[in-house]
Design a binder for this molecule. Sequence first.
Ligand SMILES: [Zn+2]
Length: 290
Amino acid sequence: MITGHSREKDIFTNIIRNKSLLNSYIFCGKSGIGKKLFAEELARSALCLNGKAFEECECSSCTLARQANNPDIRIIDDETIKIDRVRDFASDAHISPYFGKYKFFIINNAHLMTRDAANSFLKTLEEPSPTTVFILVTHKEASLLPTIKSRCIEVKFGRLKSEELAHILTQKGYETATVNSISQMASGSVETAIYLMEQNTEPGETFRDMTFENVLTSVLRLKNRDEVKNYVFNLYINILESYKTTYDDTLLNFMNDLLLVIKRLEYNVNIEMAKMYLLTKAEEVLSEKR
Ligand SMILES: [Zn+2]
């Protein structure tokens, strides 16, 4: 059902079996790796009438959960989480679960709580009901109030492996020819991979028309990390398109160089160094073309 995160699946399967779920968790880690989906699966698993954790199940509780209609699973997914919203689920949290053993509150992008909302939520955390489970999902845990963090168990999710990403993309119906290389580019994030896949539909400058001068002009204009990343992503996709018709090894090597630039940017290497490296490699491959 859920691809990847097998360590977390094992841990929570045990926790569910031993009935030792705690009141409040923070699910953190890079954006777009499936933290919210995992939280939803955890809630479904803990409420399953057949005790099937992270497995397919057709029981009435799981069916309702799959239709997003299980009243014991509430998901908050607002652009800003305001105090009224927090008050609303705080009062609901004191009512016993409708069907199951627990009542889940999944708060997606919990860092988007306003200051007032966060303070109000803190009060709810301080008086936990034994059947309530809060899961705060965030990729910016540093923005949460320290007093909230200290009351939650932090679960840090890792990036997805590129083969896991490829599996997810294939399931979503993306063209298999590009899935593998996009999966390597997306550094473990489904969100990034889908962004790249969608980019793929727009034709860019083909390798045949590309000149070092054009690349140089574009690269010198790039001002920040995101701009460099986007540029490299797009370049990669254009090169990939050409590779699919020529199977030229030079292009394959260049694509690997571009992957390296992305990895370095992910690890916070200085962006001027990354641009320099990119230009050196682009010059090599484009001068060879002439
Ligand atoms: Zn079930």
